[in-house]
Design a binder for this molecule. Structure first.
Ligand SMILES: [Zn+2]
Length: 264
C-alpha cells in the first residue's frame, strides 16, 4: 500500500460500502481517524507503513485517516456512543503513566468495557481500504453493531498501559513466533499508541489481561491495568515474523518526534 502525502487511505473497491455496517451509501463515506483524533496529541507524527517495499515516511497532523465509514457509524456509533469510553480510559491511563509508583502496582481503572471494546474494534474495522468478510472481521462487526452483545466468539482482546510515544497499527496480521517446538502462528489486529495498547487475537500471545474477561458487566467497572515496560513491544515485534493477507492490508507505524505536551 502506498501512503499518500496527506496520510489518508481511500477505499479502492466497494467504494460506497461502510466497513462497519456494510450498508451501501448514497453519499461519500466519511473519514475516520485511527487512533481517534480526540485521544491523540495534536502534534505532527511521522507515519510509515510496515510491509510496503517503498517505505517512506510522511507527516500527518492527527494519525492516519481512512475514508471507510458511513456518517451513522462514524459520528453516532463511534463518535457519540463508544469513543467517549475510550477517551476516559486514555485519561485514566495517562494519569497513571505520570505516576510511576502507581503504574507499577497494577492499579485498577474504571471503564465501560463494552463501549471501550466497541470503540477499538470500530476503528480497527475502519482501517482497511476494502471490506473483508473474514470470520474475525465479521465477529468484530457483529459486536460493534449489537450494543447488547456480550460475546466476541473466539476473539480475545489483550490490553495494557503503553509507555512509548509511538503508534502501531496492524490489521489481519499473522504473527509467527519463533523458537517454539512447533510453528506457532496467531492471527491478530493491533492498535497501540500512547497511553494504551490493544491486541485483538484468536489466542493470547503474551501475558496481559484480556478485556473480554469483563464483558457483560454493566456500566463503568474496575479492571486491572498492567503497564508494559518501555521498548518491550518493539523488541517483541522484532523477534516475531509478521505476515499480512493481502498487499493492500494496512499496517503502519508512526513516531511522535517529541514528547506530547497535551495534558489530559
Ligand atoms: Zn456504517
Amino acid at each position: 500500500m502506498t501512503v499518500p502525502p496527506h496520510a489518508v487511505y481511500e477505499k479502492t473497491s466497494e467504494s460506497d460500502i461502510c466497513n462497519i455496517c456494510l450498508q451501501q451509501q448514497q453519499t461519500r463515506l466519511t473519514l475516520d481517524h485511527v487512533p481517534p483524533k480526540s485521544t491523540l496529541p495534536m502534534r505532527q507524527v511521522l507515519v510509515k507503513p510496515y510491509f510496503h517495499k517503498a517505505v517512506r515516511t510522511v507527516g500527518s497532523q492527527s494519525g492516519v485517516k481512512y475514508r471507510t465509514l458511513c456518517v451513522t457509524c462514524n459520528r453516532d456509533r463511534l463518535g457519540r456512543s463508544y469513543d467517549p469510553a475510550l477517551i476516559e480510559m486514555c485519561r485514566q491511563a495517562r494519569r497513571l503513566h505520570r505516576n510511576a509508583d502507581l503504574i507499577t502496582q497494577q492499579p485498577f481503572i474504571e471503564i465501560d468495557v463494552g463501549k471501550v471494546i466497541r470503540s477499538v474494534l470500530g476503528h480497527l474495522l475502519a482501517a482497511k481500504d476494502h471490506t473483508p468478510r473474514s470470520r474475525a472481521d465479521d465477529d468484530m462487526r457483529a459486536f460493534v453493531m449489537d450494543p447488547s452483545s456480550t460475546t466476541l466468539n473466539s476473539l480475545r482482546i489483550l490490553y495494557w498501559a503503553h509507555p512509548d510515544r509511538s503508534i502501531r497499527l496492524m490489521r489481519d496480521t499473522l504473527i509467527v513466533q519463533f523458537g517454539q517446538p512447533q510453528l506457532d502462528m496467531v492471527r491478530c489486529d493491533m492498535l497501540v499508541w500512547y497511553p494504551l495498547g490493544f491486541l485483538v487475537c484468536d489466542r493470547p500471545t503474551f501475558n496481559m489481561p484480556c478485556l473480554d474477561d469483563y464483558l457483560g458487566l454493566v456500566g463503568p467497572v474496575p479492571v486491572p491495568l498492567r503497564a508494559l515496560a518501555s521498548g518491550v513491544l518493539e523488541r517483541w515485534l522484532g523477534q516475531v515474523g509478521m505476515v499480512t493477507g493481502a498487499p493492500s492490508d494496512s499496517a503502519y507505524q508512526a513516531d511522535h518526534p517529541q514528547k506530547p505536551e497535551i495534558e489530559w
